[in-house]
Design a protein around this ligand. Sequence first.
Ligand code: HPA
Length: 278
Amino acid sequence: MNTLAEFNKMRTEAVDYIKSQVKFEPKIGIILGTGLGSLVDGITMVGTVNYDRIPHFPVSTVESHAGRLLFGHLKGKPVVCMQGRFHYYEGYSFQQIAFPIRVLKALGMQTLIVSNAAGGMNPNFQPGDIMVIKDHINFFPGNPLLGPNDDTLGDRFPDMYEVYNHALIRLAREVALEQKLRLQEGVYIGVTGPCLETSAEYRMFRGFGADAVGMSTVPEVLTAHHQHNKILGFSIITDMGLADNMHPCSLDDVIGAATKAEPKLRTLIAGCVERMEV
Ligand code: HPA
């Protein structure tokens, strides 16, 4: 674990490099999950910075992820997209997963929009549905906020009252209604993966009160919440994890379903961004 001084130096070096490449202050950060990469097509691009050029930035190992920051305007709002994210199952530490979120904040981010692919456990869901995340359960064996706390960034003991911003959830509901899009709502449980769940695990997680399960999002959200970002999260339900009705599920199934649902999520996010106050 880095000391606060080491961390601050690393973040400054990353931020200075990015600013030397792109002169732009993003207000909204968007993390694009599995198969959702083309969400960026609606963005008027100002510049990109590849992860592997940014000092101290982790480099993504998953093939379906490009690995760069993309800066530009979405519906006139200044955004930065993380094309490619870092998963705990890839071997990154929670600190490494948190690092880009700290950097985005230092660049100007006030609001974070996260998307992911997730297994549905609520029997009212169907593959292809989009769920706005109302709350989460951290089932990862750790937390990016462990270790010394930087009081200039956030509280030692953040309260978890409104992690997923209520006004943004309402906005997502309104936009979905206007777009005639069925928007599910629920609790996301974040797990390490890389295995999908056993039938017994799906039953347990459902019993915990979770509606969807996935392998990302929670570490980034904890970091963003700590640094007082507003957060809006969406899961694409790519497969159903119903304990008493299990089917085989491959990565192709997950990516295929995410890619198919992506135009809906893209329009929904664009509609939300358009009406966000930044
Ligand atoms: N479980 C965990 N992560 C996932 C799933 C799942 O069923 N589907 C997509 N990501």
